[in-house]
Ligand binder design. Structure first.
Ligand code: ARG
Length: 470
């Protein structure tokens, strides 16, 4: 991102399109119209697109080779100036496209005027924005891969660490902390594959659609598409300049990712609370309170939880901007960029914070084990044993187990501490063997079905995930 300021000059007739205008725009008109304050983030893509276009124009004999060379060299210098923060953006030049073109004219003179042959800002901005979103997808994929690596690392460390598994946030059945970490690895794996899908669909080049109808110049759209790393040119000029579905799809992908990360964030908030103490975040990812010296607040997790909200807002925002727009380009579409830029900033921070928090956290197996023994987490194991060994139908087994649980509750015992005689009073098909399935360790170890929480399966899942994702 560049952080140059944008300067305001007294509005004058625009030198790039002002031929038919006698006076410049009102100051308010200039402010509502200008996009340079945000679309300067497209500078690198705009310059790459213009270079590809200039080279194609000369390869096709549409402009002189010498003019194309001067244009490309000039664009190179402008790109460097922008990257180094030495460029004066001007609001009266509206947007990144005209800021660059006007700087090119100042640098190389008349030849700059040939660059805009056979193109329009409409196909130009559609191209720049696709390139930008493509880079954003690649950044997202890379960040998510690192988050998966951090989760997989914790999963491996804690393949045997038993914690309560919850439904309704009530202790349900014991699972391992490693298994819980691996659940997020799978969610993020699907997020990454959604990003890859979205990248495939967006990777067609609109350049050459010109304003909306194509151009009479003998351009080579395949050449510019290839130079910019697209799979090929888009097929319909009207569609090329007027759809932003790729940006919406990106926001959708980011929204689902943010939804997933907000759940992990929420779990970190719960797990770090005094009531749980399942994990401790590192000092680097914790803040103190200015009044309560004992506090270690999980602010990064809370803010990640919250940022999901603004990202969802951007998705709905852009859908609403695009809804009902007639073909082809409408200026409304200039409002496509800020939501995407902010979503990229927000998800980037979320992913980085989550990777740091997960990588650095210390799990507390004692607290997890203490919590797991509350709430009869092996009741299902007792019912399953009654079905498997004693041959009861599951519904009957469920009922018998319910009675054993009530007895344990009344006597303040864990299931594995209820005496055999007392259990046999409830159902005499219960034998000594039942105790083998009533501990949490036995319960977890028995869940060896594919995708289950048994430590052997978690270790396999870790190895498999390393293979598939890292
Ligand atoms: N700044 C404009 C945008 O972002 C560029 C395209 C302008 N095209 C036009 N015909 N005014 O959409």
């Amino acid at each position: 991102m560049t952080n140059e300021t944008v300067s305001d000059t007294a509005p004058t007739v625009n030198s790039l399109w002002g031929g038919r205008f006698a006076s410049g725009p009102d100051a308010v008109m200039e402010r509502i119209n200008a996009s340079i304050d945000f679309d300067k983030r497209l500078a690198a893509q705009d310059i790459a697109g213009s270079m590809a276009h200039a080279r194609m124009l000369s390869a096709q004999g549409i402009i002189e080779q010498a003019d194309a060379d001067a244009i490309v060299d000039g664009l190179e210098r402008i790109g460097l100036a922008i990257a180094e923060g030495r460029f004066d953006f001007s609001r009266s030049l509206e947007d990144i496209h005209m800021n660059v073109e006007s700087a090119l004219a100042a640098d190389i003179g008349a030849a700059a005027g040939r660059l805009h042959t056979a193109r329009s800002r409409n196909d130009q901005v559609a191209t720049d924005f696709r390139l930008w979103v493509r880079d954003a997808i690649d950044r997202l994929d890379h960040g998510l891969k690192e988050l998966q690596a951090a989760l997989i690392g914790q999963a491996e460390r804690h393949a045997d660490t038993i914690m309560p598994g919850f439904t309704h946030l009530q202790s349900a059945q014991p699972v391992t902390f490693g298994h819980h970490m691996m659940a997020y690895v799978e969610m993020i794996g699907r997020d990454r594959s959604r990003a890859v899908d979205c990248r495939k669909r967006l990777n067609e080049c609109p350049l050459g659609a010109a304003a909306l109808a194509g151009t009479p110049f003998p351009i080579d759209r395949g050449m510019t598409a290839a130079a910019l790393g697209f799979d090929g040119p888009t097929r319909n000029s009207l569609d090329s300049v007027s759809d932003r579905d790729f940006a919406i799809e990106y926001l959708n992908t980011v929204s689902i990712t943010a939804m997933h990360l907000s759940r992990l964030a929420e779990e970190l908030v719960i797990w770090t609370s005094d009531a749980f103490r399942f994990v401790r975040l590192s000092d680097g990812y914790t803040t103190g309170s200015s009044i309560m010296p004992q506090k270690r607040n999980p602010d990064a997790a809370e803010l990640s939880r919250a940022k999901a909200g603004r990202i969802f807002g951007h998705l709905i925002g852009l859908l609403t901007v695009m809804k009902g727009l007639p073909l082809a380009y409408q200026k409304d579409m200039q409002e496509d960029k800020e939501p995407v830029f902010d979503a990229d900033d927000s998800i980037g921070l979320m992913v980085a914070a989550m990777t740091g928090m997960i990588g650095d956290l210390t799990a507390n197996p004692e607290a997890m084990r203490q919590a797991v023994s509350a709430g009869f987490p092996t009741a299902t194991d007792l019912a399953d044993w009654l079905v498997r060994v004693a041959g009861l139908p599951f519904r009957e087994a469920h009922h018998v187990t319910g009675r054993v649980v009530r007895l344990a509750e009344e006597t303040g015992a864990k299931l594995e501490d209820v005496p055999l005689a007392a259990m046999r009073d409830i159902d005499d098909r219960i034998t000594e063997d039942v105790y083998a399935v009533l501990t949490v360790d036995a319960s977890v170890a028995s869940r060896t079905s594919l995708g289950g929480t048994a430590p052997v399966r978690v270790r396999e899942a870790v190895a498999d995930a390393r293979e598939r994702y890292l």
